[in-house]
Design a protein around this ligand. Structure first.
Ligand code: AMP
Length: 503
């Protein structure tokens, strides 16, 4: 009776090795395993069967992680949901996934019960207490339920910036194989201590961080939310950190970050959004460490990573992971493009999802006939084999019939003194179809000495005329989601009338 993913997660460490530290609690692997057995019993007492979906809209806590592991243990399918989702959004996920059980903050129960359909609803609060916790205070335990590699372990909904969010079906094999690969590539061993400050409703925190550490028998310092001071304070007891780019910029803004505070760390990983080359550089100067940037997505897990031993090249996401094929193609035809040319990034490997939940149409659109998954990201390989992401295909600006890759313009503007960062978007324009527009973050727009004219002048001999922004707008900060992604859709919406109103 093997449970493909669950058994792999508990195979590496002896029962007495420390699995998780959370505030002043410490749980050894053996104790963690026993907890999952109790929580499994609680889930079964609520009638959750293998294959059933368990939807969890819960704050990050030690117990929420145990809930995840217990769900896998009983062969059910975990469906993590961002605590920020509204009831209306929840109603969509519940309607689509039809969970047998919904776990939510007890304070939200009255609302959730109204949209839960036939799902049972139980409470678990931010401190990991509630009805579900109470049910798990039992001496009864359930053995792991047998699961094959192709069985579903989780359904993760994509952030759905265009159209409705889709549920990526992640199998035991996809999650296990990706973690096994990352453990070896990033050299995780039982001597590692990972600072875990990422949210656990997203693949980065739930799978990449948790699985990679557990597969190696490493221990996890679990922090319920990202707090730069707490991360820096944990560094002397830790060896590795996984974060999104915003975490690194916020750590850099903290006075306690130094070569000294990071001296015992061996690895800093960044992903989920592009890490600016200047952040990479600033981090190296301040701490002596080169951040290792990797690239992945909900549907595929991790696809590419900078190397552990060789040059970690700023602005790139490195090489395809071992066992993962990546290609850059002409999007219309799927024909592979030569080195240096920009095209759609496609991926094939055991890490890729089994398709979208109850959505054969979107699944068919997402896969080529030879099994490659169409990521929707645009990128190019360089001569040395490093992959650079230049944006999402839907962010591509087509102005007067010409393609402008926002990244190219953003890189030029980011290099200007006084610019914190920028986002280049296309906005509806009567003549050009779309007009290249730069939204520039300068910290405080009232006091910046930068002007629209000065920025445009700087770009004059750096970029072809059609790539130069028609307008430059100044803001304090760019809108970002919790994973650090700049919300370009939001910017396009905010400024939709900019040129139309003027013409
Ligand atoms: P998600 O499904 O929320 O994990 O988002 C996946 C998307 O994030 C990818 O398709 C990329 O567009 C973006 N992404 C992830 N990692 C990186 C990275 N290192 N550099 C640039 N974009 C990234």
């Amino acid at each position: 009776m093997r449970n493909h993913l669950f058994n792999a997660l508990f195979a590496a460490a002896p029962p007495e090795a420390v699995a998780i530290r959370h505030d002043d609690r410490l749980l050894a692997y053996g104790e963690l395993e026993l907890e999952t057995a109790r929580w499994a019993q609680a889930l079964e007492s609520l009638n959750v069967q293998p294959g059933d979906r368990v939807a969890a809209q819960v704050e990050k806590s030690l117990e929420s992680l145990i809930l995840y592991l217990a769900t896998i243990r009983i062969g059910a399918v975990y469906l993590p949901l961002n605590p920020a989702y509204t009831l209306a959004e929840l109603a969509y996920f519940v309607g689509d996934a039809e969970p047998a059980l919904m776990v939510c903050d007890p304070a939200h129960m009255p609302g959730v019960e109204k949209i839960a359909g036939s799902a049972e609803v139980v409470g678990l609060n931010a401190e990991g207490r509630g009805e579900l916790y109470d049910l798990a205070q039992t001496n009864l335990v359930s053995p792991p339920v047998s699961r094959a590699p192709e069985d579903l372990a989780a359904i993760c909904y994509t952030s759905g910036t265009t159209g409705r969010s889709k549920g990526a079906m992640l199998t035991h094999r996809a999650l296990e194989s990706n973690a096994t690969t990352l453990k070896a590539l990033w050299r995780f061993t039982e001597a590692d201590v990972l600072i875990h400050a990422l949210p656990t409703y997203h693949v980065h925190g739930l799978f990449v961080a948790t699985h990679t550490a557990m597969m190696a028998g490493a221990s996890i310092i679990l922090q319920s939310r990202f707090d730069p001071g707490a991360v820096i304070a944990a560094m002397p007891r830790a060896t590795a950190l996984m974060g999104v780019p915003t975490h690194y910029t916020r750590l850099l803004a903290h006075p306690a970050l130094s070569r000294q505070s990071a001296a015992d760390m061996r690895l800093f990983v960044s992903g989920s959004a592009p890490l600016l080359a200047q952040t990479h550089q600033a981090w190296r100067e301040r701490t002596g460490h080169a951040i290792l940037e990797r690239y992945g997505m909900t549907e595929t897990g991790m696809n590419a990573s900078n190397p552990y031993d060789h040059e970690r090249r700023a602005g790139t996401v490195g090489f395809p992971l071992p066992g993962v094929e990546l290609r850059v193609v002409r999007e219309e035809t799927g024909e592979p493009l030569p080195v240096g040319e920009i095209g759609g990034i496609e991926v094939r490997g055991p890490n890729v999802c089994a398709g979208y939940w109850r959505n054969p149409e979107k699944t068919a659109e997402a896969f080529r006939s030879d099994g490659f998954f169409v990521t929707g990201d645009l990128g190019r390989f360089d001569e040395d084999g490093y992959l650079t992401i230049v944006g999402r295909d839907k962010d591509l600006v087509i102005t007067g019939g010409l393609n402008v890759y926002p990244k190219e313009v953003e890189t030029e503007i980011d290099a200007i003194d006084g610019v914190v960062e920028c986002a280049v978007i296309g906005l509806p324009h009567a003549d050009f179809g779309e007009a290249v527009t730069a939204v520039v973050a300068v910290g405080s727009p009232e006091v910046t000495s930068l002007t629209e004219g000065a920025i445009l002048e700087r770009l004059e001999d750096r970029l072809a005329r059609f790539k130069q922004p028609k307008r430059v707008l100044f803001v304090a900060d760019l809108p970002r989601n919790a994973m650090g992604k700049v919300q370009k859709a939001k910017l396009r919406e905010t400024y939709a009338g900019l040129y139309l109103a003027a013409s």
